[in-house]
Ligand binder design. Sequence first.
Ligand code: 0XW
Ligand code: MG
Length: 367
Amino acid sequence: MKIERIDVYQKTYTVVEEVYAWSRGRSVSSLDGTVVKLTTDEGLVGYGECVPLGAAYMPSYAEGVRTGLRELGPQLIGLDPLHLKAMNTFMDSVMAGHGYVKTPIDVACWDLLGKATGQPISTLLGARYVEDFPIYRALSQGTPEEMVESAARYRAQGIRHFQMKVGGTADEDIPRIKAVLDSVQDGEVVVADANTGWNLHQATRVVNALRGERVYIEQPCPTLAECLSVRSRTSLPMVLDEVITGVPAFLEAYSQSAMDVINIKVSRVGGLTKAAQLRDLAQDLGVAVDLEDAASGDIMASALAHLVASTRPEAFFTASIWNYRLRESISPDAPRPENGRVPVPKGPGLGITIDQEALGPPLFSIT
Ligand code: 0XW
Ligand code: MG
């Protein structure tokens, strides 16, 4: 099988909650996504996408995905999309870094492999431990009262795991976290995600104020060295996210016992192939995983569902999808949460149908 044509689409999404805010004054109210459709010489089509969370969350941005695809795409024509490892090795040999550009190609190749073999991606990733799974909900940064109120609203929708967006000053964050902790119920999980927003003295004040509380701390500071320093001052469990850029970064952090959980963002590590490799390693080493992407439309939400389904249940910490938080949709049957749980699609490949009309005409095509 050979890739014969690559169509690239642009899709603008608006965030239902209107503004989603996190540390350092960053926020989004709309998202600019890129969808890739691969067509093969046998007429099979596969879809992938990359939806950056604006340009300030991590080193990726919407126009960068498209510019990267203009550079990379022509070199992929004629390659066999079913040989995922060879495809990734090739992409890495002709373009250094820019994993977020390669992500939609990699996901579309998995969709093709599934359709060619008649199997869902989860089965091809080696397991289908669950048919549905719980997601967490991020609490957009706000006053303590607003964050407690968001948690109550999401609890009513079946959510039991809350990730608070903190990363302000210690004086702002300590009351936020305490207020939400006071409102949680038995069995619920609270993570305080600073998204690199604290420096050492702020982080130290926050973890000291939370000693003994049932809260996880996520990515307190920008660098691994700073996060390790915070970890040495607290016994609260730690999640690392922004610094986990791939297997080498994970192994460096693991060798220093830097975390209990990693947050794997598919487009940060460069696609589903690499995310699954990192997930496999983490679960073998006893580190639990949070599986998500910076943001996700219907396609990435489906890819994530398959990644979760193939994760050993004891290694699964939590997951997140974004498509249900966006007003626009490109798939009528993409997974969406019901009572806080997301079903894993059953059909071949991603297991969803794409509404070509909702996608509109391609922005550009490579043949
Ligand atoms: C990437 N975020 C800021 C958005 C997602 O909702 C989760 C969060 C994170 O850093 O984990
Ligand atoms: Mg995070």
